[in-house]
Design a protein around this ligand. Structure first.
Ligand code: M6R
Length: 614
């Protein structure tokens, strides 16, 4: 997740470029930078690295530099490859300093391209994957290709989901951009043309907006925007109709951040999975900082986390134990360090934290380090306190999450933890390589399946509206359906303020079933996992006691569907991956019920996004 922008034309200015970047800040703010072609034909680069204040610093650094602006590129970074440093901040240049690139996404095969380019004499100045694009362009330009041809040829050699914009100072008014499975649009206004990650960046400055399709190349120049396919054939621009005002645009046109983030889950999961398999088809977690030998010595794992992160950790417990046969203990962070846990140098403690700043989890990880264990953190925030302190780190790549109720970071956490579980199985040889790659391939189908789940939004909204007035909700599931039940209940509590409890379905008969009557609504997670039959029996037990039943079931599963008063259908997947899909209808339900109750879904009462107190 990064934000990219470019502008050219007689009305284009450096101020507009920087302002556009500020509107892309939600896509990342580890650093910010611009590259500007001046009237004298030079390409000037200004980069700012100051954490969340990077954009403010960039605005200051560029304040008096507007004169002689011909065209330029801008970038706001959410670091994936290479630490947060000035050298790694975008734009990146080729050896000559005449070609500049801003990039969003990941070049999966950058290592092999980098070594090829280095052999050809190119000198790299950053640790990013992006820089290979600048040098590739340089190589093709030297062969006599135009910038458009160089971008097209380079794109055919780059693997992964990405978008990038390039500029060549020797043809100063022209920008060339392309994309694959990453957002990119172009816009045109009076005497100005733009390319950007999204519409809000240029809203109010451009009058018309156009789509760029996957593997298409767009040439943005003062005379207009021209689109081409990968074979260089011209393609007609298709206009996007935009009716947002600026405030709505900050939320990408969504009513609130929570719905935006729920709908960003396909890309949050996809980005988290990308770039984690090497050329041999093996899982490669290079950034993790723990070597395979150390991981082979581990004989016990603890997972710690709070709230939604704890629920993601619970899913991971099932997967790690099943795939690696390593024992896994799971703890709420605030309990862990006060219960005298038994751990030593052969224990791995995994902290799960979206922010990487939750005090309870920081303290739990410190305790683990003190007792000699190895620590690994799964976090969404590059360079967060936990990421810095842990022995190892695995980042989710969900992009910034603004809504207090975690949604996209939860499914990204589960995805990252499942990759980690498979990696442990690979390193410890507890699974066949073919089994691992089969499951990994199924994981790559998840983003598409999430899209499918999201199409039920309107139907779920209707069910939610019909439940205004219900006073008590219960969520039940077994095996990996249990953490889904807990998360469904937590989401509902957080934003609807109603009593909602999650239970392991088999536990109801030991007490909680006494609360069931015709005023209760029970959500059953009954997707087809190993314990489906048993969960269905538990659903029957509450149905006969008068509860209204809502089921999360697999599409076309008529046996399950027959038992529900309302059904949220999800596609089938590998049973251990099912929570990524099953939780989404429950997020949507909580969202719509809270809205129907008139609550502020982004800022629920009494809660904070990051809890830095004990
Ligand atoms: O940043 P963290 O993942 O460590 O935060 C942990 C919890 O505070 C967080 O998941 C909280 O439960 C959310 N509000 C859930 O929506």
């Amino acid at each position: 997740m990064c934000g990219i922008i470019g502008s050219t034309g007689e009305a284009a200015s450096l101020n507009d470029l920087v302002e556009g970047l500020a509107r892309l800040e939600y896509r990342g703010y580890d650093s910010a930078g611009v590259a500007v072609v001046r009237a004298d034909g030079t390409l000037e680069r200004i980069r700012a690295v100051d954490g969340t204040a990077s954009l403010k610093l960039l605005a200051e650094l560029t304040k008096d530099k507007s004169d002689g602006y011909i065209a330029g590129l801008g970038h706001t970074r959410w670091a994936t490859h290479g630490r947060v440093t000035t050298d790694n901040a975008h734009p990146h240049f080729d050896c000559s300093g005449g070609v500049g690139v801003v990039h969003n996404g990941i070049v999966e095969n950058f290592r092999e391209l980098k070594s090829e380019l280095e052999k050809g004499g190119h000198v790299f100045t950053s640790q990013t994957d992006t820089e290979v694009i600048a040098h590739l362009l340089e190589a093709y330009l030297k062969e006599g290709l135009s910038l458009k041809e160089a971008v097209t040829t380079s794109m055919s050699r780059l693997r992964g989901a990405m978008s990038f914009v390039a500029i060549d100072a020797s043809d100063p008014k022209v920008l060339v951009a392309t994309k694959r499975m990453a957002p990119l649009i172009v816009g045109s206004g009076q005497g100005i043309n733009f390319v950007a990650s999204d519409i809000p960046a240029i809203l109010g400055k451009a009058d018309c907006f156009y789509q760029v399709g996957d593997d298409q190349v767009v040439v943005v120049s003062p005379d207009g925007n021209r689109l081409f396919d990968l074979f260089g054939k011209a393609v007609e621009l298709s206009e996007i109709s935009v009716e947002w005002d600026l405030e709505a645009a900050a939320r990408g046109g969504y009513q609130d951040f929570m719905s935006k983030e729920i709908f960003e889950q396909p890309s949050a999961v996809r980005d988290t999975l990308l770039g984690r398999v090497n050329e041999q088809g093996e899982i490669a977690l290079d950034e993790m900082r723990l070597d395979p030998e150390e991981l082979r010595r581990i004989n016990k794992i603890f997972i710690v986390g709070c709230g939604t992160s704890y629920h993601a950790g619970m899913v991971a417990k099932y997967a790690i134990e099943h795939w690696t046969r390593l024992p896994v203990e799971l703890d709420i962070s605030s309990e862990f360090r006060y219960r005298d846990p038994v751990l030593d140098q052969q224990t791995l403690v995994i902290g799960v934290s979206q922010s990487g700043e939750t005090l309870d989890t920081i303290a739990a990880m410190k305790e683990a380090t003190m007792l000699g264990a190895k620590t690994l953190v799964v976090s969404n925030v590059m360079g967060s306190s936990m990421a810095r302190a842990a022995d190892a780190v695995l980042y989710t790549r969900a992009g910034p999450e603004i809504g207090v109720a975690a949604t996209k970071t939860h499914t990204a956490q589960i995805s990252a933890l499942l990759v980690l579980a498979l990696y442990l199985a690979q390193v410890r040889r507890s699974m066949y390589a073919s089994e691992i790659s089969e499951i990994y391939s199924e994981m790559f189908r998840l983003p598409e399946k999430i899209e499918q789940v999201l199409t039920s939004d309107a139907a779920i909204e209707e069910v939610a509206q019909s439940m205004v007035g219900v006073k008590r909700f219960y969520f039940i599931g077994r095996h990996v359906g249990y953490p889904v039940a807990l998360e469904g209940a937590l989401k509902l509590k957080e934003i609807s303020y109603l009593p909602a409890e999650g239970y392991p379905a088999g536990e109801l008969k030991h007490g909680p079933i006494a609360m069931i009557d015709s005023d209760a609504v029970v959500f059953g997670i009954v997707t087809r996992t190993r314990l489906w039959e048993k969960t269905i029996s538990n659903v029957e037990e509450v149905r006969v006691r008068g509860a209204k039943i809502v089921l999360v079931a697999n599409e076309g599963d008529t046996e399950s569907i027959a038992l529900g008063d309302a059904i949220f259908e999800v596609p089938q997947t590998h049973p251990l991956l099912a929570p990524v899909l099953d939780v989404i209808p429950l997020q949507l339900f909580a969202y719509h019920l809270a809205l129907s109750l008139g609550n502020d879904v982004d800022r629920p009462r009494n809660l904070a996004k990051t809890v830095t107190v004990e």
